[in-house]
Design a protein around this ligand. Sequence first.
Ligand code: ASP
Ligand code: MG
Length: 451
Amino acid sequence: MIVCKFGGTSVADAEAIARVVDVVVSKRVSLPVVVVSALGGATNQLLALARKAADGELLAALQLLELLRDRHLREAHALLGGTAEAEELATEIGASFDELAHLAEALRTLGYLTPRSLDTVAALGELLSSQIVAAAFRRHGHPAVWVDARDVMKTNDAFTRAEPDLEAIALAAREQLLPLLQQGMIPVMGGFVGSAPGRITTTLGRGGSDYSASLVGAAIDATAIEIWTDVDGMLTADPRVIPGARLIERISFDEAAELAAFGAKVLHPATIAPAVQRGIPVYVFNSRKPEGRGTMIAFDAPRLPVRAIAGKRGTTLVKLRSSRMLLAPGFLRRVFEVFETHRTSVDVVTTSEVSVSVTLDDATNLAAILQDLAAFGDVAVERRSGIVAIVGAGIADGSRAMADAIAALGPIPVYMASLSATGINFTLVIDDDQVVPAMQRLHATFFERGS
Ligand code: ASP
Ligand code: MG
């Protein structure tokens, strides 16, 4: 059993959906469960429509609604032609949008949105895309069955970011999906969507389809989860910065989590944790290049000193110097309380006996922070800082890789260096305008020489 999840760009239109069918069928995936996002961009449009209606702009809301209706009908027709099933599906799509129009009117009357109503509106994207995809499989002669995600993805009622009820999902998934798989059917369900007790529609939060896929995979004890998207997999650096970045074929969950913290947008590791923790590997593949090797994310991966290079610009460096720090228990706690009070999270930290340096990603509350910190000693700020990180589970196996990293930077000054306690991330704080050249130098050193 394998869960194959296709994101919004992979189901954006009839052509893309036909590729989905092809990928699942031609790869001869054994016993696939298919999880899909809404047609690319549909969730944003549904949410915009709800906001407009609640803001009193009913006409604009209904115009958006008609565009979405047309798009769904058009793509369904392109896939299914004039079959009886196409007609049935068109009726279903029409009825859903009629209902949505009533809801929009109700929102206009109310004049405000509740998280619950937002979920009802947003869920329509996946509820419809999954029905279209299921029909597309059947049209190509493959026995797919649409499964209403609300019958499987049981959650609490924290609308717009509902938390999954793992036991209920395990039970429901086994009841709903296993019999279909045993009969040789392909279950197709929407991601992102769930239901709270009473079968009230919920969603898992934006981008939640990966989470759905991993929850379903964990529930049925799948052998793998495949996330099909529009990139080749995870790369050794952000390709916008390093055009020659290479595909990472295997990466550990912890390394992937480090990279995500630096904005690697392929997927959010938290969403695949339920699967990885159960030992189920997660693959990232490109649905436009299905022959590609993709990236395998697993609990463990062969240990390398350097798996990838990451960078971040626009951080703020705050340096506190205090002679009182000397031998004062609780000093650091009081310093960090200042950041907590001002709801600012600290990223990199280094300390010496008389100083503490930290970097902040978000400097919104900097003025207030500086004022409070002044009570402890002398404070200096460098607003134009950046970070480069060398990520690899073996980064601290000997000092060679760290020495190479520092050497690679050549003339670029380094203000802080920090090795994470788990030895997976060697972070260097540098000037903001040096982040790109530093990444280029590091990438060249670790990935472009010989090998
Ligand atoms: N369609 C939802 C979103 O855009 C969920 C997903 O695509 O993962 O956030
Ligand atoms: Mg997505």
